[in-house]
Ligand binder design. Sequence first.
Ligand code: HEM
Length: 510
Amino acid sequence: MAISILSTLLSSIVFLTCYILWKKVLISSASSKAGCSSPIKYNHLDPFFGLDLFIRKIRYTQVGDLLALDDEIFAKYGKTVHTLFFGANHWMTMDPLMIQAVAATEADKFGNEPTNRKSCGPLLGDGAFTVDGALWKRSRDIINPIFSRSQVSQLSSLKIHIQRFMEHIPRDGSTIDIQPLTKMLFLDSSTEFIFGKSAGSLTECELTIGAQKFSEAFDEGLRGMRKNYMTGQFSWLIGTDKKWLEKCSEIHAVVDGYIEEEIEYQRSTKEMGLSTDTPSESSAYKYVLLRELVKNHSDDKLYIRSELMNVFFAARDSVGTVTANMIFHLARSPGVWQKLRKEVGGIASNQELTFEFLKSLKYVQAVIEETLRLVHPVDRCWRTCLSPCILPRGGGNSGREPILLQPGDQIELVYGSMHKDKDIWGEDASSFVPERMLGLKHSWQYIPFMGGRRTCPGQQNAYTDMAFFLVKMVQEFKTIENRDDCLEYVEEYVMTKESRNGVKVAFTVS
Ligand code: HEM
């Protein structure tokens, strides 16, 4: 019996090794036929599966400095390097030319679906983030106009949430960790914009129990998704995570309840001869994603749920962590706060803070841009090659010759490293200097919202919310002070990146 198990095991290993070697030969001959060079390769200790690098990544993530490992790899091998991820070809790049080549290439060459759908599908369903092709196009065609209409009309609702947020900040110079508060602020506003109901986390008396439970369950959902990403194509070894699937169903039940309620609300409103555009009692937002989706797709509840889940996933913690990061840097740069005070102090008291006006505040915008450059909530994205594709760099001894990617190969676009590249930003690339952003021309060297067709649809909404938040903070508080002994930013990853030590600060009022 034992001998038979051993011989099966040995023949499987021999088969797998032959398969991997055969694949390597095929790739190298296809690449030279296409006029490409061999890629610059990471020197793996485990040349078959690349588990050594995987383990290093986990270690660096545990100490909160994954980007440092990326920087070390790029410094050693150049700006594009070939690695192995569980035996599959995996490229990492921080080269703007490569990032542009991948993001701006035709939709049939690179996709998100092979990685995102498998890892996130059971929770998020098919929506903008998880699918490619016609399904993805349908999704973007529907959500893009809703985002553009909402971005100019949402500020009055955000104002209410910010007022509640301000009530939690001490004015006597005592220390507060602002990171959980900014996350709650933008959780409340995003749940209201997406579902028409705020999670009410800043005002417990108004707390919508369903929304709050949903948010807590979603945290569990995200942890399961992260596990799926980490185990990649070997997730089958761990087996189906039944507890996670149950959590997904629990989350879906809450969203399905919201959808039913909205369908019923719109039906009765129409029966009474009223417009469905009238803001409902639970939300002051003029455009609510759920309401807009129900207007045209009430016969497809699964579609509505998936679309909502995809957007909620992208919106929930992103703005909350960026605003906390902004405060993190401002607390360590009192001079920047004073410059902001000067610009914001010049705003006339009767000036309405509109979308257009906020865009015109150059220094406010520069502070937001510089924060996004230094600490991004998701500092990389992954694409899978769908059909053979030649990319301009990463091959030959210099790394400047073209390389061939085959279907199934993955490329990790590490814009977090590109945003700190000294060749682009100069010797002070790691310092917080908003002035460098004044007059910066749009290019592929700076892409906090990615670029090309999969650029973030929430970009303008996020800029508006962040600018509004910053102006209100600067109007309210005269000084800001860091109250954390650790001056460095230590990363904590779930699906987005935040500060492991929180953001401990103190404010004084004017
Ligand atoms: C500061 C805040 C934000 C940042 C830095 C950000 C950044 C990004 C980035 C880099 C991507 C591309 C990801 C990839 O290709 O893998 C993306 C995609 C996306 N974002 Fe955002 N985002 C932010 C806020 C938001 C908000 C507030 C929403 C919605 C209300 C949103 C909705 C989306 C969606 C739906 C996608 C998927 C787009 C697609 O694949 O076609 N984002 N975001």
